[in-house]
Design a protein around this ligand. Structure first.
Ligand code: KE4
Length: 433
């Protein structure tokens, strides 16, 4: 049996960094990535046979836990009927109907194969539907790796973003503005200066790419008002929060806090594919009618709405729609964060945590009285080294947390009270180190 080190060596010979997605390489936390052999329920086993309680859940999709029998059965049956046809199937209609039934702001959806593809297509659609070019995103939010969205905050407000990646020519991001998350003043000034040129504002309503940072209610309320006032589309990137923080996604959480709140466009992924390559974007019928083959905005995909992926997604949505699913998941997640908070206090380690539904995050704050970070700068001011030491302390005790300070964590329906207790006990020991 190859060890993780041997596999990592071999992988690096044939795959850049040995991984097919950078965060998996453990470069933020150091050490050797674990090569996973198999997973079941709340657990994963690596190439050396070591067992972990899994709080990554494939970065969100595995909300039921790994290998849920009903989902596995649906995938087996679908695969036996054919992997891919390049022709429409009833199951795509069923999945679209299921998403629309759960998300009032969406009247039609287009299925694609990744969150990046969904976000990229949503931006193109917003630009096509409004006839405008400018887009706004927020520092710390990640919307996939489409060129126009790989942008970091430019200096000051009026200047446009600068590429965060090589290979993205400045002219490609010249229409992308990057503002500070939760900063109402910046929002006001930006819309005052160029609101009527903005095609859309894309936001992670609860930002899981800054670990866990909520958009404040006043900020979200003002964002909605300004977009409406200036005819800009408000696009919710719910690739991570969709069907994860609540059955209706983060937009259903904000609709409870801001009467009548709805985004204009929604992007989904992860959970709706149940671990298979599937994502989606949706809006009103009017906006979606701009898409090919009906309208002038082109968008396509060989494996879009893939028959096996849609079976996996449908079976997943069926399970999470059952009464009480999110109440139980939310309570389980909250108890885990409360347990971590308790043992951190006992160890005298400054710590703040938060959760919504099955998504959680925590920070080792700078001081015992530091509040929950509200933006990227405050997240990056938390204690990264302590986070990394804690990550390894937990990994060595069989608890697999997100291998980076800026990533959120996920609890599944398969995590038991005993798993939570074991996690908290491991944290008490790790924090002593
Ligand atoms: P994908 O293209 O990776 O399916 O989705 C991109 C994406 C879009 N929007 C949000 C809010 C996301 O969180 C993501 C992807 N999330 C990362 C984790 N932060 C996936 C993990 C990875 O990159 O390997």
């Amino acid at each position: 049996m190859s060890s993780n080190e041997q596999l990592f060596q071999r992988a690096q010979g044939v795959i850049p960094g040995g991984v097919n997605s950078p965060v998996r390489a453990f470069r933020a936390v150091g050490g050797t990535p674990r090569f996973i052999q198999r997973a079941q329920g709340a657990y994963m086993w690596d190439a050396e046979g070591t067992k972990y309680i899994d709080y990554i859940g494939s970065w969100g999709p595995m909300i039921l836990g790994h290998g849920h029998p009903a989902v596995l059965d649906a995938v087996h049956q679908a695969a036996a009927d054919g992997f891919s046809f390049g022709a429409p199937t009833e199951r795509e209609v069923q999945l679209a109907e299921a998403i629309i039934a759960l998300v009032p702001s969406v009247e039609q959806v287009r299925l694609v194969s990744s969150g990046t593809e969904a976000g990229m297509s949503a931006i193109r659609l917003a630009r096509g539907a409004t006839g405008r070019s400018k887009i706004v995103k927020f520092e710390g939010c990640y919307h996939g790796h489409a060129d126009a969205l790989l942008v970091k905050a430019g200096s000051g407000l009026a200047t446009f973003g600068h590429p965060t990646s090589a290979g993205v020519p400045p002219e490609v991001v010249q229409h992308t503005l990057v503002l500070e998350y939760n900063n109402i003043e910046e929002l006001e000034a930006c819309f005052k200066a160029q609101g009527d040129e903005i095609a859309c504002v894309m936001i992670e309503p609860i930002c899981g790419n800054m670990n866990f940072v909520r958009a404040s209610v006043p900020f979200m309320k003002r964002l909605r008002e300004l977009c409406t006032q200036h005819g800009a589309m408000l696009a919710f990137d719910e690739v991570m929060t969709g069907f994860r923080v609540a059955l209706g996604g983060a937009q259903s959480v904000y609709a409870k806090l801001i009467p009548g709140f709805q985004p204009d466009m929604s992007v989904f992924g992860k959970v709706i594919g149940g671990g298979m390559p599937l994502a989606a974007f949706g809006s009103s019928k009017k906006v979606m009618s701009q898409l090919a083959p009906l309208g002038p905005v082109y968008q396509a995909g060989t494996l879009s709405g893939n028959p096996v992926a849609t079976a996996c997604g449908l079976a997943t949505l069926k399970e999470i729609s059952k009464p009480g699913f999110y109440e139980a998941l939310g309570a389980r997640t909250q108890s885990m964060v409360a347990g971590l908070t308790k043992v951190a206090q006992a160890a005298g380690v400054p710590f703040v945590g938060d959760s919504e539904g099955g998504m959680f995050g925590f920070f080792f704050s700078a001081t015992a009285t530091s509040p929950q970070p509200q933006n990227y700068g405050e997240v990056m001011a938390t204690d990264k080294d302590r986070f990394n030491r804690f990550f390894h302390g937990m990994l060595n005790r069989g608890v697999y947390l997100a291998p980076a300070l800026y990533e959120a964590g996920f609890v599944s329906a398969a995590h038991t009270e005993a798993d939570i207790a074991a996690t908290v006990a491991a944290a008490a020991e790790a924090l002593q180190d």
